[in-house]
Design a protein around this ligand. Structure first.
Ligand code: ADP
Ligand code: MG
Length: 250
């Protein structure tokens, strides 16, 4: 057995950095409170596991591309009184819908908080172990188009399977006259009943024929999206507009 002075080295070798940082103060706590050996060991292990969990979440958040600061704690529900808050809380805190590969569609005019809300739900789900990727619809379509040109579309779609939830922001900005948008349909078909999507849109379904190449593709895309989905509509006035009005009045 080594001397007790070797403990920091041993902890390093075992890759237990949190215990390495905390053991001295936890020893003091244990002495003061007369903990059993079991309680002492459990506390050390708890801290190590919790800090690993937090690190993993930070890594997922970085990888997710979620916009910074758009969380539920910064979302003011009073500004959107018709929004069903219990439903939003359920979507953000309960991962059942992700396990069941259901979708969430968020509709409303510009500036009402669709992106913020989608991102906030994504953030909260990451904390519950869900892997999330946030992307604007236009850059997603561009990436898929490049993949298709390189005969790489199936592989790229499969790569996206690593994310339990893909947030596609502003689908209405995708325009069929700007290129091959059937890649977007392929993505929706690929994820149908296998993994979840959050889609935000300024445009109601009736205008989605501007997005997809043909009417039948539009119908097929909408069908797949809504089959197992929650739809939230935000119909308040633009938050951006209200804020700038407030600033002018002050
Ligand atoms: P949309 O995607 O509907 O166009 P955004 O989500 O981009 O709108 O919101 C516009 C701006 O207003 C963002 O900075 C967002 O954080 C803020 N915002 C919108 N709604 C709210 C809200 N209810 N509480 C706090 N901030 C909000
Ligand atoms: Mg937006």
């Amino acid at each position: 057995m080594r001397e007790a002075s070797a403990l920091p080295l041993l902890l390093k070798e075992l890759r237990l950095p949190t215990i390495g940082h905390l053991w001295q103060s936890i020893v003091r706590d244990a002495d003061e409170k007369g903990w059993s050996y079991e309680k002492f060991l459990t506390t050390l292990c708890d801290y190590e596991i919790e800090s690993r969990h937090q690190k993993r979440i930070q890594t997922f958040i970085k990888k997710s591309n979620l916009p910074y600061g758009k969380t539920l704690s910064t979302f003011d529900f009073k500004e959107v009184d018709k929004l069903n808050k219990p439903k939003v809380d359920d979507l953000a805190h309960n991962t059942n819908w992700i396990r069941q590969a259901e979708n969430l569609l968020i509709f409303g005019p510009s500036g009402v908080g669709k992106t913020h809300l989608g991102a906030a739900i994504g953030h909260s789900l990451i904390e519950r172990g869900v892997k999330v990727l946030f992307t604007s619809a236009t850059s997603l379509v561009q990436n898929l188009q490049v993949a298709r040109k390189n005969y790489n579309l199936p592989m790229t779609l499969s790569k996206l399977d690593q994310y339990d939830l893909l947030i596609i922001d502003d689908i209405g900005y995708v325009r069929k006259d700007e290129g091959e948008t059937h890649v977007l349909f392929e993505l929706i078909a690929h994820r149908y009943e296998s993994s979840s999507l959050i889609v935000t849109s300024n445009q109601p379904f009736s205008e989605w024929d501007q997005i997809f190449a043909t009417n039948s593709m539009t119908v097929a895309a909408i069908d797949r999206l809504v089959h197992h989905a929650t739809i939230l509509e935000i119909n308040s006035e633009s938050y951006r507009k209200k804020q700038s009005l407030k600033n002018h009045l002050n």
